[in-house]
Design a protein around this ligand. Structure first.
Ligand SMILES: OC[C@H]1O[C@](O)(CO)[C@@H](O)[C@@H]1O
Length: 310
């Protein structure tokens, strides 16, 4: 990878939503009426959180997703601006933005997310094709909206072929296995969620990597992507196209305060280490573990800026 490519920005494609976060001592009993200990709301959404953490770590990053012109969304736009997260390519809608109701239970450290989307419009390939890809060295996608996302990925593959540049493609794969599987093929890196693994009946991170690799090899002709599988408090593993498998042990957090967005922080830590600092696969996954573990020691994401990779 050339120095020039390394200096280029990261583009994260996906959604930004409002997270209404409620902090409780324990998870509430159904059909009870109680007070919470505290609460706040903040900008959330997978790609949007990855942007936040990349920015906090010191990467140049742009967001590409549907922005809302509704009043409720204004604070999110201001937050993106304040953090220098570029949004110039984003289309707008007057629809109300998606939101998530989140419960952080202090005794168990769990975060429970109920997401409300109401068919909010998503970005299309027509919007994406207006982007000057020469500005980017890495494009990260959420696994959603398969038809449009496939075309966006194909544009990048074509850009790489014609320009001789090498934009890296990564995918955050956390829902709808059968529908989204095809999005893995053009990718360099696929980060596969533990929750989706358990829905598939895959019991360990190794079984997850091997099962996904086997499913991909059934159809793929291109070099298969590197598969990375974060496994909560057990750390993370990765499997590359040559069959090299690494297990990276977890970092034990000093305290568990806020686990919301730990997976997105892992993703950002990986991209930051691999793209900006050119770390090899195992080192980048190790740093991602460090970021995820540090994320949960405080609310929000700003404290992640204390970490460095030198
Ligand atoms: O699914 C969307 C939800 O997931 C998160 O990105 C955390 O990973 C939240 O910020 C958002 O509400």
């Amino acid at each position: 990878m050339s120095e020039e490519t390394l200096a280029k920005s990261v583009l994260c494609v996906g959604c930004t939503v409002i997270d209404f976060v409620t902090i409780t001592g324990s998870y509430p009993k159904e059909d009870t009426d109680r007070r919470c200990l505290d609460g706040f709301w903040q900008r959330g959404g997978n790609a949007s959180n990855v942007c936040t953490v990349l920015g906090v770590l010191g990467s140049k990053v742009d967001f590409f997703g549907m922005l809302s012109t509704s009043d409720a969304f204004r604070v999110l736009l201001e937050d993106l601006k304040r953090r220098n997260i570029g949004t110039s390519h984003c289309p707008h809608t007057d629809k109300d933005p998606p939101f998530s109701s989140v419960i952080l239970a202090q005794d168990t450290g769990t975060r429970t997310i109920i997401h409300c989307n109401k068919n909010y419009p998503q970005v299309s390939w027509e919007d994406f094709k207006k982007i000057d890809l020469l500005r980017y060295g890495w494009v990260h996608f959420e696994a959603r909206n398969v038809a449009e996302t496939s075309r966006m990925m194909a544009s990048i593959v074509e850009h790489n072929r014609v320009s001789g540049e090498r934009i890296i493609i990564s995918l955050d794969f956390e829902t709808l296995y059968e529908q989204n599987l095809q999005l893995c093929y053009p990718c360099d890196y696929v980060v596969f969620s533990k929750e989706l693994a358990s829905q598939r009946g895959w019991k360990s991170p190794r079984e997850t990597c091997e099962s996904l690799a086997a499913d991909l090899s059934l159809q793929g002709t291109r070099t298969p992507p590197v598969i990375i599988c974060p496994w909560g408090s057990a750390g993370a593993v990765c499997l590359d196209a040559s069959g090299n498998y690494h297990e990276l042990p977890p970092y034990k957090p000093q305290q568990v305060v806020d686990t919301l967005g730990a997976g997105d922080s892992f993703m950002a830590g990986f991209i930051y280490a691999a793209h900006k600092h050119k770390r090899d696969l195992a080192e980048a996954v190790d740093f991602a573990n460090r970021v995820a573990s540090h994320k949960i020691t405080e609310f929000g994401y700003d404290h992640i800026g204390e970490l460095s990779l030198t």
